[in-house]
Design a protein around this ligand. Structure first.
Ligand code: NAP
Length: 480
């Protein structure tokens, strides 16, 4: 019996207690449809209790010395290393993430908490030369960084462990408390980490986990005055609604994208084909920086299609727990239907399906579209599915213009052998991050990560998230 098979029911984590909820909902596997566990469907009142607990614990967390916060996170790193296989299995089962990718996510989660443990020890302010102003002579001035208090963390389904880590890790590192609302489809990863954090010695009430619908639990967290900051990762529609309700609360929004890569003339395609396949189809394309648009110089277009399409056709579809599987079920049957509609809309308006374009059960076959116009949904909206469009361009300038012709701007990639072309593209691309000689899908967990336009605002990547989760306080001593 696997770890997840032993789970039948989970409870809410409120003030350090696993608390019975008033109502529960079954959690289904996106791949097989079987029930994985019964999950609390919390009410507004239950969410309020979690916020109250986090609010009470905030003084304890704010007073916890840096070395103790680091120690708790180090303990978590150790526990997670010991239980990495179980962690990967949880992700694979609840998200239908192929197990090899799930293992990769766990390895990254371990690194993320390790970065958080290290960052806990280097949160500091600056000393300020106030005597640079004529009115500032004979004053000693410095800044300190203080925790905000209660952080409301709302997370999506697609990286259920590592994106929780990007919120819980820096929040603990900087002495905050947390109310965590994980995506309804992937609560088990969040509960698992919460269990490990209890063993790791986190003070009571510092982390509370409330599952339930976004409209009830999420909105209560966003609207409650005791919550000082919302850190949200998810879709632009929900993110924008949160921003509109958050008022003076700080809000970091990590939202979606339709990420693109530019391939300049002269690039050796044999070196990049498999990387492009990985970028477009990892976790069924359900990655915020998934490669959705390829803009390739016309001189390489035919060769790219000839090499890319067979490589895509080699991907193995199937059970997420099978180590051979590359592509498994989409998160809901509704997403399969929506993706098929978008493909059919494109095909009936002039695009050609080079491969894929149909589903087997809840699995959408990896799909490559050519001749898709810029205003088709598969081009201009976030597909969040295993679909990529390939488009030929006559110059890098044309490609840059097409990349920028988007509501989104998370990351972009450019392959080129010309340093001037790369430098010009870095200047011209309107995105949060430019990857030179790589796909836009590149991410490691200490880099500043976030977007412009409808891809959100604020940055994650531990050090940057710690800045967002702390308040700068100025101290001035008058020596006159
Ligand atoms: P989603 O539907 O927006 O859900 C994200 C979270 O918000 C879930 O916990 C959801 O709860 C909650 N929520 C829903 N309605 C809410 C409301 N009215 N108020 C407060 N919270 C609410 O996104 P998803 O489908 O899980 O994730 C996919 C999206 O995330 C994509 O757009 C992807 O690009 C984006 N993403 C961005 C990044 C990044 O770093 N930029 C990383 C990963 C994913 P329920 O699950 O209960 O609905």
């Amino acid at each position: 019996m696997t770890y997840v098979e032993k789970i039948t029911k989970k409870n809410l984590l409120i003030n350090g207690e696993w608390t019975e909820a008033k109502a529960y909902k079954p959690l289904y596997s996106p791949y097989s449809g079987e029930v994985l566990a019964e999950i609390p469907d919390a009410t507004e009142q239950e969410t309020a209790l979690a916020i109250e607990a986090a609010d009470r614990a905030k003084r304890v967390m704010a007073k916890l010395p840096a070395y103790k916060r680091a120690e708790i996170l180090e303990n978590l790193v150790q526990l997670l290393k010991e239980r990495a296989d179980e962690a990967a299995e949880i992700i694979a089962l609840e998200a239908s993430k192929p197990i090899t990718a799930a293992k990769g996510e766990v390895a990254r989660t371990i690194e993320t908490y390790k970065f958080a443990a290290e960052e806990a020890k280097r949160i500091h302010g600056d000393t300020l030369p106030l005597d640079a102003a004529s009115g500032g002579v004979n004053r000693l001035a410095y800044t300190v960084r203080e925790p905000l208090g209660v952080i409301g963390a709302i997370t999506p389904f697609n990286f259920p462990m590592n994106l929780v880590a990007h919120k819980v890790g820096p929040a603990i590192a900087s002495g905050n408390t947390i109310v965590l609302k994980p995506a309804s489809q992937t609560p088990l990863s969040a509960f698992f980490i919460a269990e490990l954090l209890q063993q790791a010695g986190l003070p009571t009430g510092a982390l509370n986990v409330v599952t339930g619908s976004g409209r009830v639990v999420g909105e209560k967290i966003v609207n409650d005055d005791r919550v000082s900051m919302i850190t949200f990762t998810g879709s632009p529609a929900v993110g924008i609604a949160i921003r509109n309700k958050a008022g003076l609360k700080r809000a970091t929004l990590e939202l979606g994208s339709n990420a693109a890569v530019i391939i300049d003339q002269g690039v050796d395609l044999d070196k990049i084909i498999l990387r492009c396949v990985e970028g477009a189809f990892s976790f069924q394309g359900q990655v915020c920086i998934s490669l959705q648009r390829v803009y390739i110089h016309e001189s390489l277009y035919e060769e790219f299609i000839e090499k890319f399409v067979p490589a895509v056709q080699k991907l193995k579809i199937g059970d997420p727990l099978d180590p051979e599987t590359n592509v498994s079920a989409l998160i809901t049957p509704g997403d399969v239907e929506r993706s098929l509609e978008w493909i059919h809309e494109a095909a009936s308006s002039g695009a050609t399906i080079a491969t894929g374009g149909k589903a087997e059960g809840n699995i959408l076959l990896p799909t490559v579209l050519v001749d898709a116009a810029a205003d088709m949904k598969v081009s201009c909206q976030e597909v969040f599915a295993p679909i990529v469009i390939v488009d030929k361009v006559t110059s890098v300038e044309e490609a840059i213009q097409k990349v920028n012709d988007s509501r989104y701007g998370l990351q972009a990639g450019i392959y080129t052998n010309d340093i001037h072309t790369a430098l010009n593209a870095i200047d011209a691309l309107h995105v949060g991050g430019v990857m030179v000689n790589d796909i836009p899908t590149f991410r490691v967990d200490n880099m500043p990560y976030g977007g412009v336009k409808e891809s959100g605002n604020g940055r994650e990547g531990i050090k940057y998230a710690v800045e967002e989760m702390t308040e700068l306080k100025l101290v001035v001593w008058n020596r006159n």
